[in-house]
Design a protein around this ligand. Sequence first.
Ligand code: DHK
Length: 149
Amino acid sequence: MSQQIYFLNGPNANLYGLDKSGTYGSESFASIVESCHCRAESLGITLVFRQSNHEGVLVDWIQEARQHAAGLIINAAGLTYSSVPILDALLMFDGPVIEVHMSNIWQREPFRHHSMVSKAATGVIAGLGVLGYELAIDAVVSLAGAKTA
Ligand code: DHK
């Protein structure tokens, strides 16, 4: 079986592309999901791509990833700045973790400048929109491969 990577998205990510300010670009979430699946396919890996508006669901998926995923990518969205449960779950995950944000969170309001989940992240990508999502897949595959090599 090919290597499996989990890509988890938090609250409101399903509305990307509909935001009037254009902060998250103009691409729909469905199109972002498709781009990510294409990137994963080109790398020969299986991508489990999910979105939830609920903290506990994200925690359940991170725990599930412990059994099934070689690496994990997360955009915890609005939960990034507050979620101790998501941080704790990520700290229990053994493989590489990439934290990703569509926007450059450090150019935005001060309350977005401190990520609660970064402590568990191997690396952080922010401000590159969908390209950042694709680069996160490249990074996590490369790191997961390096770890098992
Ligand atoms: C997405 C969100 O929904 C916001 O709550 C975060 C993040 C930033 C992003 O840039 O992808 O503050």
